[in-house]
Design a protein around this ligand. Structure first.
Ligand code: PLP
Length: 380
């Protein structure tokens, strides 16, 4: 395979001979203006108008009633799981092909992940694998899903929309409803992605997004929890802000909680970034069609959005023929100033999670050997 041709093509597409990162942020709007305004106001920290403004605008963008900003996406996931009722000793079903934060957030609570397989086309949690696991191993007893193999309660299911491509979230939701599992979406990568016209992250009781530096929009670091449930929204705000009871001067906190609030400074950056989301999304879809046409004439397969969905194409990816080819491709491109990365090592292969229960992971193993991300930044 001619990796040189691919490297040349990517350099031509990004119109440079210099190093091309996998994904870099773009600050082309009101970022500096809002940051200056924030500094001039002195409200750079845990209160300020940009946090409120961002929360309102984000909720409108994804179509939920509420949005609660957090310090990062992992914190948003951690709190989302608490809101879904997950507690110490419970179990939570997720996919093994994900960024570590998904499994970490489950572990922070003292719960254990169970890994079910992904679908080949979406790279996200497979409803078939989920259903099969539940039918083989679980019983519903008094509205609770009990894992027969250890007697533990499975409280929730956390599918993830890999690289922004929506998984079969409607099927997953109906299985979760049937088995009394709370649905918590890890939508960290999928801002701007829709499944059958509905924004990802809004199908379950709560959803979590990330605004880390490599995501489609960034606040440096940041995250958000979305929900349509007023009680959950209030609880989210409460436990991300040290559970302080509002009072003019008294320090009264009614539970052990978290300092997970997004600083106003980061929210200022995020308000400006959100204004350009549509522009970024359009730009990424143009890049996807350029890549798609190019890779059609190669032995590599460009990964397209799955059916019934509209993807943000956050990280563009290709499928190589086998692991050896993948490694050759990674070596060549990275040695020639084109940053590429393999998909994540499966969670079930990491020391912390290798004892966790899992299904047959046929598809996850197949994709782990073959998927590579290629430069995906917005070209402006
Ligand atoms: C980025 C990401 C998160 C959250 O990451 P933070 O860096 O904590 O904002 C969670 N899950 C997935 C799948 C991610 O890609």
């Amino acid at each position: 395979m001619n990796y040189e041709l691919v490297t040349q093509f990517i350099k031509q597409t990004f119109n440079t001979d210099h190093f091309i990162p996998l994904h870099e942020p773009r600050f082309i709007g009101n970022e500096k203006a809002y940051l200056n305004e924030c500094i001039d106001s002195t409200y750079v920290s845990s209160v300020g108008k940009f946090v409120d403004q961002f929360e309102a605008e984000f909720a409108r963008t994804v179509g939920t009633k509420y949005a609660i900003a957090t310090v990062n996406g992992t914190a948003a996931l951690h709190v989302s799981l608490l809101l879904a009722g997950v507690s110490n000793g419970d179990e939570v079903i997720t996919q093994p092909l994900t960024f570590i934060a998904t499994a970490n957030a489950i572990s922070y609570i003292g719960a254990s992940p169970i890994f079910v397989d992904v679908d080949l086309d979406t790279m996200g949690l497979s409803p078939q694998s989920l259903k099969h696991f539940l039918e083989q191993n679980c019983d519903v007893v008094q509205h609770k899903c009990i894992n027969r193999t250890n007697g533990k309660i499975i409280k929730a299911c956390v599918p993830m929309h890999t690289f922004g491509h929506p998984c079969r979230i409607d099927e997953i939701k109906s299985i979760c409803d049937e088995w009394h599992l709370a649905l918590v979406e890890d939508a960290a990568e999928s801002l701007g992605s829709y499944y059958r016209g509905q924004h990802t992250g809004t199908f379950g009781c709560v959803g979590a997004f990330s605004f880390n530096g490599n995501k489609i929009i960034t606040s440096g670091g940041g995250g958000v929890i979305v929900t349509n449930d007023e009680a959950l929204a209030k609880q989210a705000k409460h436990i991300t802000t040290t559970a302080k009871i509002p009072h003019k001067w008294e320090y009264v906190h009614d539970e052990v909680a978290y300092n997970y609030r997004l600083p106003n400074l980061n929210a200022a950056l995020l308000c400006a970034q959100l204004e350009n989301l549509e522009k970024f999304l359009t730009n990424k879809r143009v890049l996807a069609s350029i890549y798609e046409r190019f890779f059609a004439d190669t032995t590599m397969t460009f990964v397209k959005e799955p059916e019934n969905s509209h993807s943000n194409y956050w990280l563009q990816s290709i499928l190589l023929e086998n692991r050896a080819q993948r490694d050759e491709f990674l070596t060549y491109t990275n040695e020639n100033d084109v940053m590429t990365r393999p998909i994540w090592r499966l969670m079930t292969k990491l020391d912390m999670f290798k004892e966790c229960q899992h299904t047959d992971l046929h598809n996850a193993l197949f994709l782990e050997d073959r998927i590579v991300n290629i430069p995906s930044s917005v070209r402006l």
